[in-house]
Design a protein around this ligand. Structure first.
Ligand code: FAD
Length: 594
């Protein structure tokens, strides 16, 4: 294959000023090819780099490491790799940095981890100087934060925006990777780090007749940067996962009428978000060194410093051992928190049933219309099966006159026509349709890149029956390719900033080990990988995540044809970090170094 240098494309890249997002991560809604930008390792940057020859007649490396994705994982990777003396470049399909917080601009988009904890701890200067305004940060504040990180650490000179990676191919003789963009550019490196995100490939069902709709159709996760006119509109919101739940109250405030189309009711808890108390912020900053350490010592990477309800850990007590009176007292005392405040509800379905009743009681207390309770309180899957959603006055939104719930279990969507949404229950005239229909999680972004390892094997084929990794970091047959927050690591089950920092530092140390000990490649041994896959599955058995009635994106249930495998590591962040560090301390035990 003819290799076209990324440098050669630079002039065109600079010329293509882009007003909207970069190429969509979702094929069907991808920007037109002409709109796509291209990579460009700047000539200046390239000239400044000492060339690193690989053995024999092997091709010259452009950089040591290609990092794919400029979300928080890509940004910290670049900074850390530079500190370790590696030459790295970040390729990002969007035209801005921040990943999740760049793409998800829908009304109400907000983090469910307190801002003081959903932030980098690697630089004390950074954590001291940045001022958060709310307990739970909204999208705009997070996007601003990650842009500040990019500027503060001078990262932009090695980030190529509007550059979608289409393929990464391992060249066995030279032990190098050729990374190609969909604009036909290429870059060669020793290592590749996939920082492509766990929830970065939006999914949208194809509804017949969409093209006839005279109004506007948008997706929550690809929300146009210039905004969407919502005021006075009749709006259909399809999907009641996290994004749908977060946006319902915000859209309801301004819409003429909001129709919420629900397939599955969601367990969601109020965030009680509000302005961040300056004293709490100041005190946290004084204690940050200790708190960051504590984060890594908790299973979810959060220390509850702001005391928010959602972060309350389970009580040591078992709900099955409590009397009716004791349960009622906890319900009165904790309200919404009562349904999560027990140690046995995540591992015992009969305990979970009782907690579910408590949850239903709270839904009933919140809704004005008792007939809505059966529709909005989940009844056929356990608490803890899906990622808990955190909201700001979600159920209260249904008390408004301008909000109508359409329970699709009573008749599904059949088509979209010129004027709205046709369901088996009738037609709904609307001006705007919002799809909040989730993501191809964990493996989606990796499978959309043709990642070819030894013998030309595609990663998506190697993982056809589910992911196979060692620590979620590497896979047999794909030497020197690393994933941040890969499947079989804690990732989406914990505060992801803590997971990202740990992974970036672990990978950085591993790359330095390979380099400093004169090795060329690092790759798991088949035995060690199988042992981790088995362990990962074993710890998920008996939890609500893998209950028979649980159909979540954790098990790929939202994607037709995806193998039903529980993908994240549920053994807890602390245990995971201990295991990963033990592997490193033992000279990367379980990894073959050549
Ligand atoms: C709506 C929403 C809310 C969330 N809320 C929370 C929360 O409250 N707490 C929490 O801990 N986590 C939350 N998450 C998870 C969130 O994704 C992580 O916290 C974090 O942002 C992950 O960072 P990342 O850099 O690993 O991935 P991302 O932020 O997803 O960034 C990955 C980047 O890679 C780019 N990319 C992917 N494929 C390619 C390719 N082929 N070529 C070039 N670029 C590519 C993407 O465009 C994206 O910019 C949320 C996720 C979503 C979607």
């Amino acid at each position: 294959m003819t290799r076209r240098s990324i440098t050669a494309r630079r002039a065109r890249s600079r010329g293509s000023a882009r007003r909207r997002h970069g190429a969509s991560p979702f094929g069907e809604l991808a920007a037109s090819p002409g709109e796509r930008g291209c990579a460009g390792l700047s000539q200046q940057a390239r000239a400044a780099l000492p060339s690193t020859a690989v053995p024999g007649d092997a091709p010259e490396l452009d950089v040591d490491v290609v990092v794919v994705g400029a979300g928080m994982a890509g940004l910290y990777s670049l900074h850390h790799l530079r500190e370790l003396g590696f030459r790295a470049v970040v390729l990002e399909q969007g035209d801005g940095v921040g990943g999740t917080w760049f793409w998800n601009r829908y009304p109400g988009a907000r983090c469910d981890v307190p801002s003081l904890e959903y932030s980098f701890g690697f630089s004390d200067e950074l954590q001291q100087e940045w001022e958060w305004t709310e307990v739970f940060p909204a999208q705009a504040e997070l996007e601003a934060y990650f842009n500040h990180v990019a500027d503060r650490f001078d990262l932009r000179r090695d980030i190529r925006l509007s550059t979608r990676v289409a393929a990464a191919t391992y060249d066995e003789p030279s032990g190098t990777w050729l990374v190609e963009t969909d604009a036909g550019d290429a870059i060669r490196s020793r290592f590749v780090i996939m920082a492509t995100g766990c929830l970065s490939v939006p999914m949208k069902p194809v509804v017949p007749g969409e093209e006839q709709f005279r109004g506007q159709i948008v997706q929550s996760s690809l929300w146009p940067r210039e905004g969407v006119e919502l005021e006075g509109k009749r709006i259909a919101l399809i999907g009641t996962g996290s994004s749908g739940v977060q946006s319902t109250p915000e859209i309801a405030k301004v819409a003429e009428h909001l129709y919420v189309f629900q397939r599955t009711p969601t367990y969601t808890w109020p965030s009680y978000n509000g302005p961040l108390d300056p004293e709490v912020q100041a005190e946290t900053k004084r204690r940050y060194t200790e708190l960051r350490k504590q984060q890594r010592e908790t299973p979810g990477g959060v220390t509850s410093i702001t005391g928010a309800i959602i972060m309350q850990g389970p009580e040591a007590r078992k709900i099955l051992e409590a009397t009716e009176e004791e349960r009622a007292a906890v319900l009165e005392q904790l309200g919404w928190g009562a349904s999560r405040a027990w140690s046995d509800i995540y591992v015992d379905e009969s305990a979970n049933d009782i907690a579910r009743d408590m949850y239903r009681t709270m839904v009933a207390r919140t809704l004005d219309d008792p007939e809505l309770v059966d529709h909005l309180a989940p009844s056929d899957y356990p608490i803890g099966c899906k990622r808990p959603v955190v909201d700001s006055h979600y159920f209260e939104a249904y008390n408004r006159d301008n909000v109508t719930l359409i329970d699709l279990r009573e008749g599904g969507i059949e088509s979209i026509d010129e004027t709205g949404v046709q369901t088996a229950q009738g037609h709904f005239d609307v001006d705007l349709i919002v799809f909040a229909t989730g993501f191809d999680a964990m493996t989606g972004a990796l499978f959309r890149i043709d990642i070819r390892g030894r013998d030309g094997v595609l990663l998506r084929d190697a993982w056809a029956d589910g992911p196979h990794t060692l620590l979620g970091l590497q896979t047999v047959g794909f030497p020197n390719l690393f994933t941040i927050n890969g499947p079989q690591s804690p990732s989406v089950l914990a505060n992801m900033v803590v997971c990202v920092e740990h992974h970036v530092e672990w990978i950085g140390a591993a790359l330095a080990f390979v380099r400093d000990h004169g090795y060329s490649t690092m790759e798991p041994t088949p035995e060690a990988q199988q042992a981790w896959v088995d362990h990962s599955q074993a710890v998920s058995v008996g939890t609500m995540f893998t209950a028979e009635s649980c159909n979540s994106w954790y098990v790929g249930a939202n994607i037709p044809g995806k193998p039903r495998i529980f993908m994240p590591y549920v053994g807890g962040l602390t245990t995971y970090i201990e295991k990963a560090e033990a592997v490193a301390d033992a000279g990367y035990e379980g990894f073959a170094l050549d």
